[in-house]
Design a protein around this ligand. Sequence first.
Ligand SMILES: *[C@@H]1O[C@H](CO)[C@@H](O)[C@H](O)[C@H]1NC(C)=O
Ligand SMILES: *[C@@H]1O[C@H](CO)[C@@H](O)[C@H](O)[C@H]1NC(C)=O
Length: 994
Amino acid sequence: MRNYLSVVGFISLVNCQTTLDQPPGPNTFTPTLTLESTANLAPSVTPNVINPTTPNAQEKCPGYIASNIRTDNSSIIADLALAGDACNAYGNDIQDLILNVQYQNATRLNVKIYPKYIAAANYSQYILDASLSPSGKIEEKSTIDTSDLLFEWSNDPSFQFRVRRASSNEILFDTYGTKLVFEDQFLELVTAMVPDYNVYGLPEAIRGSFKLPNDYTQTFWNQYNEMNDQPVDANMHSVHPVYLETRYDSSTLSSNSHVVYGRNLHGQEWVLKPEKLIYRAIGGSIDFYFFSGPTPTEALAQQQLGVIKTPAMMPYWAHGFHQVRWGYQNWTVLREILDGYKNADIPLEGIWNDLDYLFQYRIFSHDNNTYPVPEGREFLAKLHADGQYWMPILDPNVYVPDPTNGTDSFPTYDRGNELELYMRRGQGNEEYYIGDQWPGFSVWPDFLLESAQDFWADEIERYYQDLEFDGWWLDINNLASWCTGSCGSGRTQDNPIHVPFKLPGEPGQINYDYPEAFEVTNATEAASAIAASISQAAAYPTPTTTIGTPTVGFTSPTPGVRNLTFPPYALNLTLEGHSLLRQSIAPYAKHNDPYNSTSYDLHNLYGIISSRATYAGLLRAKPGLRPFLLSRSTSPGSGSIVGHWGGDTNSRWGNMYMTIPEALTFSVAGIPFFGTETCGFNGNADMELCTRWMQLSAFFPLYRNHNSRNTIAQEAFRWATTAEATRRVMKVRFELLPYTYTLFWKANQYGETVMRALSWNFPSQEQLKSVDNQFMIGPSILVTPVLAPLLREAHGVFPGIGEGTRWYDWYSLEEVSAAPGQNVSLSAPLEVIPVHLRGGAIIASQTPGNTTKQTRMNPWSITIALDDKLEATGDIYLDDGVSLEPEETNVVSFKFADLNLSISTEGTYNDNNPLASITVAGWRGDRLTKVSVEGAGPDAGVHCEGRHSQWNRRWYQHWYPHNDHQYSQVYNCRGLNVIVAGGALSKDIKLRFE
Ligand SMILES: *[C@@H]1O[C@H](CO)[C@@H](O)[C@H](O)[C@H]1NC(C)=O
Ligand SMILES: *[C@@H]1O[C@H](CO)[C@@H](O)[C@H](O)[C@H]1NC(C)=O
């Protein structure tokens, strides 16, 4: 950042497009038997939202009447009884309900509606236990009188309620004029919405905008679409029924925001219409939380602190850059990738493995030919000595060995089998549910059982004895299974069986897709890719016969019974046929808990329960150390233990752009440690896409490049320009590490957010409500990426600029000169991503090394970006970066005012790195020449050198012709280590600029 010349004068670089090579090597696992593709079929259903012939519950159902109302200081409890004949629209109406409203604290209101009579046998059908997903409690002293949220209700014509913000009188949620529908397989609640509402959240979905459209349905049911993991606007791997709403008041130029969280993890839909929002679930109860904000960041903090828990602190090294590919064939290849990065002088923190390291895709194994343990130990010893890390993949499915083949043993299966801890077939059958996953027919540990949690932690610890992995990324915990029902029952002698579709890299499965505009930048390669694709299609024709599946129309409710397989209300699921059975463990599969819960009720919770067991295992293997764990599937509460990646992204520009809205929705859901497959997983990247994506992802908390087996290599060192761009952007990422790490600490402590929408930091500016081509990191860093091919400039706005906010270019520290709301075009040659620093911030950085470990041993420098009062503040949190509960910490605060910089510390963690330089940007007035340190001798003055931009100077000379010193100046002061040796940030210091 101090290198002002780095953006000037680009050397021209050679960028040959690598031609498509063969897959990285032969598939080491080629079973002889393949599961027939018909095993993956299921009868189809018509989703309710596109089926006009299904019942209209609002017309048909009677609603409820409240009685027996009991009110105290902090709660309202009432009975609700069906107001007429049961309508049984999509299930059996529940006659008697309880309304339980809790004023949990001044900013949090909880409205619960659940059946009055619940037997143990249907407990998990209605109640989401606090042990599965966190819930809030009434806080001491919280009362109706002091609440910022008011609950109003009426029985006229049937029970209806409103939530109002006391301070402004606005109605935040409003079911007046609609009916509550509460059945055993269907809930419906309708709220009126303000015109043109601004609603954000409801992950997980890939969407074209962060602000949700006002005509949109979000379906929630975890599914894995193996053929297209990035369906737009559809259900995916995680369920977070939460949204943030912001309302602007143009008369006062201000806004209020609140958060609504529907705490229920059954299959469900949030149907957004222009004037209303319809909430529908196929089970569970109404358990809505309202958080009053009134700023977006306050509302999100209230949600995290009050209910879902604050995000985990990841180890410091998790914030480095990571490389993985499905297709790294052996330890030697991993070493070559490490060397590739080293030779290109690109920092690499972690080398990861996809399925390749496993023996026939069986978890907790290793392929003895390609990934033998002795070689692995040597590999890991060197890796760890170099300050680098190994992150293998882990799936929760357990391979069932062929019982007829004595040599096909799988000890992990046997140990679990001994404890009988796998999930059951259900429908009265107590045998294991046997589905299909990568290794063949498999079973799933029932993580509701303590014995299963223990078994899992044990397996992890056992594996650690062999190979000292550093963390896991937990995949396929969305309960995906590649066949319908317990298809392996009675067939395990066919194991190991191949999944019922071809895998990337198998014959005929080379991917010839390239990003948009590839034919412009690489015409020859594009033409040969098309030719190759045509000859592949000719050599491996796709079967033309399609097998029809029966259609299940609307299933009428059966009195007293639930239809778990084909519930009357059909969700708009993304997979062909829309059935709950598709590519998932069947909803009738059973857990072994005291309630005999079905997968219908707990399907969306397998992600969090498997995450918890894995987290516990990591702690058992490495006591006291913060686990680094990612989970494919998440639900509310997951953020307190895991990070998340966005699934198998495509190597397309559109997909790259959509990672921004996706990341921001995970900020809403309290999972800030989010990142996507940089350069795309499916399809081939090209130089330009990979360059821009490496730049963009450098500002996401998780920074990982990952691609599939059947595409060209895409490590950052493969193209000269990508390598150069990556070196530059990683320098920025590493300079920001102390800042980002501190943001994570604030997230963990106070529920603050890390990656932010511009509108969150500038809540009064309505024109920012839809901005998602730019984003911020914390309060002070603005990123304006290039999101389309062939562009050499980026476009963005500088929020607050008309109201005194000053912005500085990160690289030159030149002040931005823009009009309020102006869509500024910023020069962005391929090697550069525009990044800006907000005036008023103080950023402390360490000189970047090639790993975070090296960087943590380097000198500090401080950048002071002045606001319009010529002041700035900042703080950083320091600890050892790895301990779960660090004994020594230090919070260092910086304050610049009246030419004094004070550094004050709070804590005992001793960082003994020196202070190399201080840079002041945006100074106006007499020239600064030196810095002295309070208490040091008169000789201890440090010389400062001033710089200023010619452009800025001309601008100021134009406006202030008689006051040449008004232009924005940059000063750099060095030589401070003389006076503050032995740890610049471990004692209180006052410095004076003159
Ligand atoms: C590792 O895999 C690569 C790529 O398939 C292959 O060329 C090489 O021979 C393998 N090396 C060893 C030691 O197995
Ligand atoms: C209410 O709870 C939130 C967390 O949801 C917390 O930040 C806040 O301090 C609490 N307010 C009061 C008045 O206790």
